[in-house]
Design a binder for this molecule. Structure first.
Ligand code: 5GP
Length: 191
């Protein structure tokens, strides 16, 4: 029987077309810091982490394990501008929360805030549901294209330049979500 090959000519993790912005180690260190802040801020609160699918699933999985509190999680999915030319701010709820947030302390967990249009609409929707508090944790903050400048991010992982980034949950046409780091695709036509 042939020995199982452990050699790969090229893998997604070593793809030379990717320029790493934040390494796996940098990300994990930052998540520990965010988790410690949130643990301290939410003592005695009824915390529910609301993850906005699909991009924030990796961030949620790491962040929740860095928060040393009793908490619950829930998921929402909303339409984003990625299939269109630009963000319109119109948000369609594709999947709503499974449980009521009335009286809860909600921390919305996002992958990246860009123009802020999607998030600000989502916060309007959640704001009418009787939560005790609603705050925002975004893994990445891309402030340059921000239209909703009044949007305040309570917990930010990293600030990124105005470039299209992938990895750690963030995709380009469905690909790259599994990268354990954040990267820029150097040549999109060669991707
Ligand atoms: P906004 O309404 O803030 O402009 O849109 C935010 C959404 O756009 C994010 O949740 C994400 O899905 C997508 N997005 C914005 N910037 C990037 C980026 O650099 N990379 C990827 N993969 N998605 C992005």
């Amino acid at each position: 029987m042939a020995a199982e090959s452990t050699q790969f000519a090229s893998t997604e993790f070593t793809n030379p077309n990717l320029e790493v912005l934040f390494s796996e180690k940098e990300i994990q260190d930052r998540i520990k810091e965010l988790g410690a802040h949130i643990t301290s801020d939410y003592q005695g609160k009824d915390l529910v982490l609301v993850s906005v699918l699909k991009g924030s699933c990796v961030f949620l999985a790491d962040l929740m394990r860095a928060i040393d509190l009793k908490l619950t999680i829930d998921f929402m999915s909303v339409s984003s501008y990625k299939n269109e030319l630009k963000s319109t701010g119109d948000v369609e709820i594709l999947k709503d929360l499974s449980n009521s947030i009335r009286g809860k302390d909600v921390l919305v967990v996002e992958d990246i805030i860009d123009t802020g249009l999607t998030l600000s609409r989502l916060l309007d929707i959640l704001g009418s549901r009787g939560a005790n508090s609603i705050k925002l944790a975004s893994f990445l903050d891309k402030p340059e294209p921000r239209i909703k400048t009044e949007l305040s991010i309570d917990y930010t992982g990293f600030v990124v330049p105005n470039k299209f980034v992938v990895g750690y949950g963030l995709d380009a046409a469905g690909r790259y979500r599994n990268l354990p780091f954040i990267a820029v695709v150097k040549d999109p036509s060669a991707a």
